[in-house]
Design a protein around this ligand. Structure first.
Ligand code: S3P
Length: 456
């Protein structure tokens, strides 16, 4: 895939952040909503869908495989997506390669869907996605009978030749990965009999919740600490109306920004707080962060609340490794929070961060050091020396490595740096958080135009 020219952007020390914002819809839930709606009988409607590049890649793929996917701008200014599904088993052969951009979730989940349909698909992606391992889904899906031709190391571009009927399997996850779990469950949707995934460590459970919501026969049992998820194949999914809550992984950025920028008080409305996703807020509270939950409610089968966050003096801590799966995407921004805490923060059990959109341990360690923060990189984590509330020296250009969460983490770091921090390419932010810079600008609007608002 051709890459547009990099777009550098600098972030400077900020006045207090104030106001109420909303973050875009949850990325994980948005992907699943489009995929299941595309397999259901009838027309589903989706409100609050994330319109980031990753999710749009999923929408385009579902269209290419026969679903009718339409975006309606409503008179009240909101947007509603309508999806007319093809029915389980009804996916059509796409006419061209499916371009997945930066999106690992689209790729791995769609590989699962294709695996049990009688079609062949080629998946391509950008430089970041083309470095990521796909063997973790190729392995179980091959056991179900699908065939793969992958680039060296089990990477993209790769071709999947699906099989119908596929063979149901029982698969114990060797890595804690919701993407692998979901790929197998989605393949199981069009496979006769029961497909079973054994999950020794719980990961985000949006697939299970939504599959049940669409009417699939799915059960979850707890046996000796493991979750056993069974799905009955050749399912018939019924169209649904879905409301996607705000993404806690996106909310993480304004939450940490408000905790770190002195004098801040910010409300982030409508944040999804599924327990399999909310580990960061628990850790930040344990570090002394003032984060209150207001108006706790259920939206689209998911727990949701508004978060009220005030500037707080944070203390470093040893983050329990068992919390990692519930905050796996939030470590880059936690590293920034740790840099401002009193004392050191130890974060381990994070090998998986090396195979995200970038190697998030090395990318963050390199960038934080360039900004004057003491960091020790371990094979499975980072130890960050906190500055006890002293601004970061900053004054560096950091490489985002095509990784949206790295770019946003250093943008937040810039707000508390003595000298501005420049991100070499801000463009990847559009994969998960369109409007990120506008959201930050909104929180300083109270102080007048940006030039006047920049703290001296
Ligand atoms: C996701 C699962 C996680 C996460 C990713 C989204 C999902 O990946 O990092 O951003 O929607 O299932 P892994 O399954 O690789 O941990």
């Amino acid at each position: 895939m051709a890459h547009p020219l990099p777009r550098p952007q600098s972030f400077a020390r900020s006045v207090p952040l104030r106001g109420t914002i909303r973050v875009p819809g949850d990325k994980s839930i948005s992907h699943r909503a489009l995929m299941l709606a595309a397999l259901a009988i009838g027309e589903s409607v989706i409100d609050g869908l994330l319109e980031g590049e990753d999710v749009l890649a999923t929408a385009a793929a579902m269209r290419a495989m026969g679903a009718d996917v339409v975006r309606d701008a409503l008179p009240d200014g909101s947007v509603r997506w309508r999806v007319h599904g093809v029915g389980v088993g009804g996916l059509l052969q796409p006419q061209a390669a499916l371009e997945m951009g930066n999106s690992g979730t689209s790729t791995r989940l769609l590989m699962g869907l294709v695996a049990s349909h009688p079609i062949s698909c080629t998946f391509t992606g950008d430089a970041s996605l083309s470095r990521r391992p796909m063997g973790r889904v190729i392995d179980p899906l091959s056991r179900m009978g699908a065939e793969f031709t992958a680039s060296p190391g089990g990477r993209l571009p790769l071709m999947v030749r699906g099989i119908c009927p596929a063979v149901p399997i029982e698969y114990r996850l060797p890595v804690a990965s919701a993407q692998v779990k979901s790929a197998v469950l989605l393949a199981g949707l069009n496979t006769p009999g029961i497909t079973r995934v054994i999950e020794p460590v719980a990961t985000r459970d949006h697939s299970e919740r939504m599959l049940k919501g669409f009417g699939a026969g799915l059960t979850v049992e707890q046996v000796e600490g493991a979750r056993i998820i069974s799905i009955r194949g050749e399912a018939e999914l019924r169209a649904q109306a879905i409301t996607v809550p705000g993404d806690p992984s996106s909310a993480a950025f304004p939450v940490v920004a408000a905790l770190l920028v002195p004098g801040s008080e910010v409300t982030i409305a409508n944040v999804g707080l599924n327990p399999t996703r909310a580990g960061l807020f628990e850790v930040l509270r344990a570090m002394g962060g003032d984060i209150r939950l207001v108006d706790e409610r259920t939206v689209g089968g998911e727990p949701v609340a508004d978060l009220v966050v005030r500037h707080s003096a944070l203390r470093g801590m040893d983050v329990p490794p068992e919390l990692a799966p519930s905050m796996i995407d939030e470590f880059p921004i936690l590293f920034v929070a740790a840099a401002m805490a009193e004392g050191r923060t130890v974060m381990r059990g994070l090998e998986e961060l090396r195979v995200k959109e970038s190697d998030r341990l090395t990318t963050m360690a390199t960038g934080l050091r360039a900004c004057g923060v003491g960091v020790e990189e371990l094979p499975d984590g980072l130890i960050v020396a906190g500055r006890g509330g002293d601004p970061l020296p900053g004054g560096a250009t950091v490489a985002a490595m095509l990784d949206h969460r790295i770019a946003m983490s250093f943008a937040v770091a810039g707000l508390i740096a003595r000298d501005p921090i420049t991100i070499d390419d801000i463009a990847p932010v559009a994969t998960s958080f369109p409007g990120f810079q506008g959201m930050l600008a909104q929180l300083t609007e109270w102080a007048g135009p940006p030039e006047a608002a920049a703290a001296s």
